[in-house]
Design a protein around this ligand. Structure first.
Ligand SMILES: [Zn+2]
Length: 197
């Protein structure tokens, strides 16, 4: 298993490859499938990302089958099962990096700012995001709408990271041991660039 800095470098290099349009078919091929069903094959990283169809986690990090253990939800926030899944990745899959990935133009964050009436169970994901934006929404008049939206996306990503580091005991244990790092990042839908926060 790579060290946390090595895992981070893999994701950075992978995002560079993605930006240049170089795709590695081998990472998604039959041989790779065979390799990754072996009991000693583990992902090196985990991610908590938005369900948005424009955020293809493995692709934007230039990775393939078996590389990243991904938890997704609208607004990249984890409920109890999401947090338990990340603890699973930390304790049983021995990932050395967890990325909490926000993205530009996140519709869930926009709904949390705009506060329209929402149907069905949709409010449960939007309310979770809104809960971390209370202070920012109180200062809304200080910012232009685009600026407020961007800040809200970053706030929400940091709040998601805090939840992972505070509420996942196995993540925390491995962080304290120094062999797991949890980082926040922002994916730009338009440019494809991942910025580490
Ligand atoms: Zn989103």
């Amino acid at each position: 298993m790579p060290s946390p800095p090595e895992a981070l470098q893999r994701l950075k290099d992978g995002n560079q490859r993605y930006l240049t349009g170089s795709f590695e078919p081998a990472a998604w091929g039959a041989n790779r499938r065979q390799e990754t069903i072996k009991p000693d094959s583990f992902p090196f990283a985990a991610a908590l990302a938005c369900s948005d169809s424009r955020v293809p986690v493995e692709l934007l990090f230039g990775q393939g089958i078996g590389d990243i253990f991904v938890v997704r939800s609208a607004g990249n926030r984890a409920d109890n099962f999401g947090l338990a899944s990340l603890d699973f990745a930390a304790a049983l899959l021995h990932v050395s990096l967890i990325v909490v990935l926000g993205h530009t133009q996140c519709a869930t964050v926009k709904l949390a700012l705009d506060n329209p009436p929402l149907p069905g169970k949709v409010p449960s994901v939007v309310d979770r995001v809104r809960g971390s934006l209370v202070r920012l929404r109180n200062q809304a008049s200080l910012f232009k709408p685009d600026e407020l939206f961007q800040k809200a996306i970053i706030h929400n990503t940091h709040a998601a990271l805090e939840e992972v580091t505070h509420n996942c005991p196995m993540v925390r244990k491995r962080m304290v041991a120094g062999d797991l790092q949890v980082l926040a990042a922002l994916y730009d839908l338009e440019s494809g660039v991942v910025t580490w926060l």
